[in-house]
Design a protein around this ligand. Structure first.
Ligand code: DQA
Length: 142
């Protein structure tokens, strides 16, 4: 059975109440339940991790390097973190970068991703559905 890690970065623990016009009203727990529903359909195992701390995300990525795939929403660290990029580059496990919002349709500083170039692919702009699309992509293409 494939094992996939879903790693979420800063402020994503506040989903549900955080800027609902941009991120929707679903909480991270609800999104987790939806991912688990699809995972059982696809026959994959999922492990979830969220942190607001950059170094903890680096450690989680390193550890998930032992699994079959990673779905990563690095939040604002997407746009700033060389350490997270290096962690993704250091592992052989494919990583899908996801965003709830369409970052390319937002402020210019969000158009830059430190991690896209070292990821297998990017899914951005489909709300919680971005995670489900990433799970399907990993299951079908990896
Ligand atoms: C985000 C987009 C980022 O620019 C932002 O800093 C986030 C959330 C998204 O899921 O749309 O925290 O990654």
């Amino acid at each position: 059975m494939k094992r996939i890690a879903i790693i979420n970065g800063p402020n994503l623990n506040l989903l549900g109440t955080r800027e609902p016009d941009k991120y929707g009203t679903e909480t991270l727990d609800t999104i987790r339940d939806r991912i688990l529903g699809l995972a059982s359909e696809l026959g994959v195992q999922c492990a979830f991790f969220q942190s607001n701390v950059e170094g903890e995300l680096v450690t989680a990525i390193q550890q998930a390097g032992a699994l079959d795939g990673i779905i990563l929403n690095a939040g604002a660290y997407t746009h700033t973190s060389v350490a997270i990029r290096d962690a993704v580059a250091a592992i052989a496990t494919p990583v899908v970068e996801v965003h709830l919002s369409n970052v390319m349709a937002r402020e210019e500083f969000r158009h830059i991703s430190m991690i896209s170039a070292v990821c297998k692919g990017v899914i951005s702009g489909f709300g919680a559905e971005s995670y489900l699309l990433a799970l399907r992509a990993l299951c079908e293409n990896v």
